[in-house]
Design a protein around this ligand. Sequence first.
Ligand SMILES: *Cc1c(COP(=O)(O)O)cnc(C)c1O
Length: 397
Amino acid sequence: MSERFTGSFTQQEPIPEAGIEAAMAVLRHGRLHRYNLAPGEIGETALLEQEFAALTGARYCLAVASGGYAMATALRATGIKPGDRVLSNAFTLAPVPGAIASVGAQPVFVGVTADLTIDLDDLQAKVGEAEVLLLSHMRGHICDMDRLLAICDDAGVRVIEDCAHTMGARWNGVPSGRHGLIGCYSCQTYKHVNSGEGGLLVTDDEELAARAILLSGSYMLYDRHRAAPGPEAFERIKYDTPNISGRMDNLRAAILRPQLAALPEQVRRWNARYRVLEDGLRDTPGLRLIARPAAEHYVGSSFQALLPDWTGPEVRQVVERCAARGVELKWFGAAEPVGFTSRYDSWRYAQAVAMPESDRVLAGLLDMRVPLTFTLEDCALIARIIRAEVSAVFQTA
Ligand SMILES: *Cc1c(COP(=O)(O)O)cnc(C)c1O
């Protein structure tokens, strides 16, 4: 009998008790709206912003309704207008090009390398086509940020970081989201903290922070923020900045605060699981692991590997054989996307140019979630199953 995995790839851990208690307190007093405060009270949302600013070392932080909303707000705050072009990753999740489309702008896709990071040669070639790069650290893989910033600085291109998969990660010791002008994060259930939906935005730029806060729907109540610029920054722009309502509420913030405090420990637990998977799959014939550079302190909340130059039917066999043993792998090379889209050619509103090199990488890319409900033993079992099925198909290919 071959081994079978019976766990769930989509089951996250429960909300910590402290978060449940804080949420119950908000429900009991009923002041869920972030600006609905008792005299002298500092709301959960303002405290969350203060704590996330401290965690990332940012001067300013704004909590919003989703990661996608944070990115769209960042683009609006930097002055992106309908018809503008915005550089972004050919391989990312749909809300990234969606945020660009939501402000009426056009994505210019930059390819992906076999290390699963943005192709910096392709970026160098295209950097003159736009004034902003919305850089997605897709699946937690961080590119050579020093080279990326040199390319963008030389061209006068401003960088907004999508850190949906890198909350808690660092490059050369600097937190992900703190290399560009603005960092955006998601607090959606499948990311590194879980409030169902939610997003965070950080920046050191006073005017961008004030704009983002007004855009998010602060009315004239911006003095109730704790990680915001002073009133003078708002005075200058308050009549010219539309309210595009997308605030965070106190209930979600209450759920998130204890999770932020626990993030470093969660990162340690994710990476322990990641390393068990990596060790279990090392030197599997036909399978290529993704090298992680020394400067990259990643969060192993998902795991990727390549079946380089395998045919579609061969990769499909691996996916099906693993699925039959309870291991859910995502494959980015399928002709039709299943469940979600992550490839530039699925976003047809964006008029993408073909990128054969990226297609070649994605055609062999396997991906899986690593929820913290998996034990280290679960990860070892999953690795044994993938190893066996990859080897079986590889031998007959
Ligand atoms: C989840 C995700 C986002 C934002 O997601 P929301 O659901 O809007 O919070 C952005 N980028 C990537 C790569 C993601 O996976």
